[in-house]
Each structure stands twice: as C-alpha cells, then as structure tokens.
Design a protein around this ligand. Structure first.
Ligand code: R5P
Length: 284
C-alpha cells in the first residue's frame, strides 16, 4: 500500500505499476510529427502524486516528464515526487569552463514544472543534491547488491575504479564485511576482487580497471555497477579478462542493450516501493 498516487510514464508501468483501482492515469500520445501530448484521465486534486519515469537520452523523456508534472499541478495535485531510478545528467556536477553544471539546469527545469522532490537510486555524487533546487533523495542499492554477491562469491577485496567511486565502494565493502576499498594500483597478491562503480556507459572505465587488475594477477573479478547504460561495445572486452560476473540493477529500462553475457540483474524496485510507502526524511 503506497501513500502516493503512482503515475508511471509509458514503459515504466512494468517497473512500478499503479495501485489496483487507481482512479487517475496519464495518457501520452504524439502528434504526427512526433511532438508529445500528455493528458490526465481521472482526478488528482489534493493528492500526493509520484510520476515514475526517466530524463535520459535518447528521445524526449525529459519533456514528457515536464508535461506530465505541469498537467498534474494544473489539475490540483498537491505534492509531486518524480521517481527517476537513474538520474541522468548527474555526471555534469563540477564547474566546467565554458559549460554549465547540467544537473542544476535539470533541477531548475523539474522545479519549474511543479515537481517538489526527486527520488532516485545511487546518484552519481553528493554534489548533485547540493546543485538541485529541490530535495533529491538517493537510495543506496549496496545492501541488495551485497546480499546477492555474498551468496555467490567469496570476494576478498573491493576496488574503486576512480576517485569518485570510493564512497559507494566503501558502502559495498561494509555490507560485505570487508576492509576499505583500494584502487587497482594499490593491490597485490589478492585472488578475488569486487569492482564497484555507479554507471557503465561506454565501458571504458571498467575495462581500464579490470585490465590493470589482470596485470596484477587477480584471478577472479566481480563487477557491481548500479546503472546499466551500456551505450558502447567496450564492455565486450571484459569477456577477454578474468571477469566472472557483472551485477547491475533495473534502474534503466533498456537492459537489453548490448551487454556482456555475464550480466545479472538485482532489482531496486523493492527499495523504491519501500521509500514510497514509508516516506523518507524528505518525502512527506
Ligand atoms: C564517472 O565519473 C562515472 O562514475 C563512471 O565511472 C563513468 O561514467 C563510466 O563511463 P564509461 O563506461 O563510459 O567509462
């Protein structure tokens, strides 16, 4: 039983379905040229609503979300939570000479459309919440991933592929009862390691890290990466390295994209459902 009216965007009904008997839903259609049109069926006046969707490319998912939020607010919705299991644009969070911190721009656009808060999973960095003008709640998948990994592998050491990954690598290490993470260059004489990162996009970061580990005679590499963007084919190179499994989650719908055969999915839906049902410090 959730305390909010769940309104999934197209494609997200399978991830978090609306409550049975819900009296409101969003219909998304297109004009002939592909422009989006969002309509509300039913009533949301006075309700707290949760729109489940995405702001990721390719396509116009962000615009659809903005239209949906404006539609709900125009029809009297009280508070709107955007449930974005993978928060795209979160990697643009440091000052960029000649550019902008895109995550701040995204946050202002969501706020402008009437969204009161965002619920996500494993946001790229703590800086993202600071650049967001509305509350941004990020759930950690470390417990869920650690439970499955611990039941299948006897990992000795957790590895962070870059500086930004140390925080989430430490969470996995703690959940597995292991020492603090190391970088690949600090390792020697270890047989089985777990590499932890937030995103696999082109796969370059993981391939570089796993190559360095193989050069240090690691026999068994397990990977845990939360968001399976899998935009490039670089990950296929993992198959020629001693990588035994890649654990990821269902924060991105297109998990059918090109990925190595050794991928295993751990669902974050129970985490999201629990947060929606119980509320968090920021989600009232
Ligand atoms: C970088 O800061 C991120 O945490 C990921 O390591 C990175 O985005 C992964 O991208 P790719 O798979 O293209 O190396």
């Amino acid at each position: 039983m959730t305390s909010k009216l769940i309104l999934p965007m197209p494609g997200f009904e399978g991830l978090i379905p609306p409550d049975p008997g819900a009296e409101a839903d969003l219909e998304v259609t297109r004009f002939g040229d592909g422009e989006l049109r969002v309509r509300l069926h039913g009533t949301v006046a006075g309700d707290d609503c949760a729109i489940v969707g995405s702001v990721s490319p390719p396509g116009d998912s962000l615009l659809g979300l903005l239209l949906a939020a404006e539609t709900l607010k125009a029809h009297g919705a009280h508070r709107i939570t955007a449930v974005l299991p993978y928060l795209a644009y979160a990697r643009s969070d440091i000052p960029d000479p000649g550019g902008v911190q895109s995550i701040g721009v995204l946050g202002r656009a969501l706020e402008g459309a009437g969204i009161d808060e965002v619920l996500t999973v494993d946001v790229h960095s703590p800086r993202d919440a600071m650049l967001f003008p509305i509350p941004l709640v990020s759930l950690s998948p470390a417990g869920a991933l650690a439970e499955v990994i611990a039941s299948e592998w006897a990992v000795e050491q957790v590895i962070a592929p870059d500086k930004g990954a140390f925080g989430r690598a430490r969470e996995l290490a703690t959940a597995l009862g292991l020492d603090d993470p190391l970088s690949a260059s600090q390792l020697s004489g270890t047989r089985s390691v777990l590499v932890v990162d937030d995103i696999v996009d082109t796969g370059r970061t993981l391939v570089e890290c796993c190559t360095a580990l193989a050069e240090r005679d690691v026999e068994e590499i397990i990977i845990s990466v939360t968001h399976p963007v899998f935009a490039g084919l670089e990950t296929q190179k993992l198959l020629s390295l001693p990588v035994r499994a890649l654990y990821t989650t269902d924060t991105i719908l297109e998990v059918h994209r090109e990925r190595p055969y050794l991928t295993r999915i751990v669902s974050v839906v129970p985490l999201l459902r629990q947060a929606l049902a119980e509320g968090t410090a920021l989600i009232r």
